[in-house]
Design a protein around this ligand. Structure first.
Ligand SMILES: *Cc1c(COP(=O)(O)O)cnc(C)c1O
Ligand code: SF4
Length: 375
């Protein structure tokens, strides 16, 4: 039988660059200290196009430009359309659209206390810090990540914890940011212990991109600590199959081995993952590393990210094309985030009612009449 492309070595090895010590490369601290922050740093990894070089100079001030060496090593040095490169290297297109909003979800309006976002009765997003390992050009929270005004002092975390303790309807707390795994194990342990001390907090979730952008952060020590605070759920953020390397798969494996269900939230982006074949590969490779595709977000109308946006109808087509053609649990729900919460974007399979029958359309276009009398 002919080998399919998916039977190539999987997950893809991500070799340690020549001249770098293995212990350094695998150290969270080394990765953070040696991040790419300017054009000279970028030139160690790729040959920037004149446009990219100009954008690094012009736009890096408006939205921080930082890349971990690990993630930088995944970039194609010669191809400016590389899906890794496009996520983190500034593009002049960012300066062209000023139509977007800084805070499209009115998150500031929905914050009862600083950095707590509440749009649902029973759960909150708690932005515990404003730091990430690297800064994604399409980030929804561009307004706050890397900005000192949004950082959280321990005292401010206490204010948020007090608010949660005073609101017994909050049963599910999503720690996000920034990235909660930027915290040291000790700081995170302190925070989780405090949350666990609030009896009505049933679930704690972590939204983190570090398994993708700095997988070296997910150590056994971290996982042993997280395990003590179960039930803990993690959602990470892979956007393209190229990100599913051996190192990223190992980070997810450690989380799963600690009994943590790991999900994925991606963003649908033009030229990165906006075709059915790429999306199908991404989703199938995620379930191979036991990561469950959870949401795929429609990219928001956000300042400087217009060039990533895809028409919603196209997104619906992409996910319809997966239905019936891959494992059901490999298909994420395509959603639009709004100030009122997440809204699923799906074609209706309901054709209509005909008397005592309801007519539905299956994945392959076949119609089915289901006997279903009205009461
Ligand atoms: C996404 C989100 C949640 C969690 O939503 P789920 O659909 O339960 O995953 C909670 N609060 C806010 C503000 C969110 O944006
Ligand atoms: S990791 Fe997440 S929060 Fe941080 S810059 Fe990227 S998209 Fe934004």
């Amino acid at each position: 039988m002919e080998a399919s492309s998916s039977s190539a070595v999987f997950p893809a090895p991500a070799p340690i660059p020549a001249g770098v010590d293995r212990a350094d490369w695998e150290s969270f601290a080394w990765q953070m200290q040696n991040r790419v922050r300017d054009l000279a740093g970028l030139e160690r990894w790729i040959e920037p196009t004149p446009d990219e070089a100009r954008a690094v100079g012009d736009l890096a001030r408006r939205f921080r430009f930082v890349i971990t060496p690990y993630y930088a090593s995944l970039m194609d040095p010669l191809d400016p359309d590389c899906p890794i490169r496009r996520q983190v290297v500034p593009s002049p297109l960012e300066g062209e659209d000023d139509a977007g909003l800084a805070d499209p979800l009115d998150e500031v309006l929905h914050s009862p206390v600083k950095n707590v976002i509440r749009v649902y009765p029973d759960r909150i997003a708690f932005c515990v810090n404003n730091e990430c390992a690297l800064y994604c050009r399409f980030c929804l929270r561009k307004r706050m990540v890397g900005e000192t005004g949004w950082s959280m002092q321990k005292r401010e975390l206490e204010v948020a914890l007090d608010w949660i303790a005073e609101n017994p309807e909050i049963r599910d707390v999503l720690l996000t940011g920034g990235d909660p795994l930027i915290f040291s194990d000790d700081r995170l342990d302190w925070l989780l212990t405090r949350l666990r001390g609030i009896p009505h907090v049933e679930l704690i979730r972590l939204g983190t991109r570090l398994p993708v952008t700095l997988p070296q952060r997910v150590t056994d020590t971290l996982c042993r600590m997280l395990e003590r605070h179960h039930p803990i759920w993690v959602n990470t953020h892979f956007n393209h199959p190229k990100e599913i390397t051996e190192a990223a798969a190992e980070a997810c494996r450690r989380l799963v081995a600690a009994g943590i269900p790991v999900g994925n939230q991606s963003v649908l982006m033009r030229g990165i993952n906006d075709d059915p074949a790429t999306m199908k590969t991404l989703c199938e490779q995620l379930v191979r590393i036991r990561v469950r595709p959870y949401y795929c977000y429609q990219a928001q109308l956000l300042e400087g990210t217009g060039h990533f946006r895809v028409p919603i109808e196209r997104g619906i087509e992409i996910f319809s094309a997966l239905r019936g053609r891959t494992s059901g649990f490999a298909i994420p729900r395509f959603v639009l985030d709004t100030p009122h919460g997440k809204v699923p974007l799906e074609p209706s399979s309901l054709v209509g009612r005909e008397g005592d029958e309801v007519v539905v359309r299956a994945w392959n276009g076949e119609l089915w009449r289901e006997p279903n009398p009205l009461d």
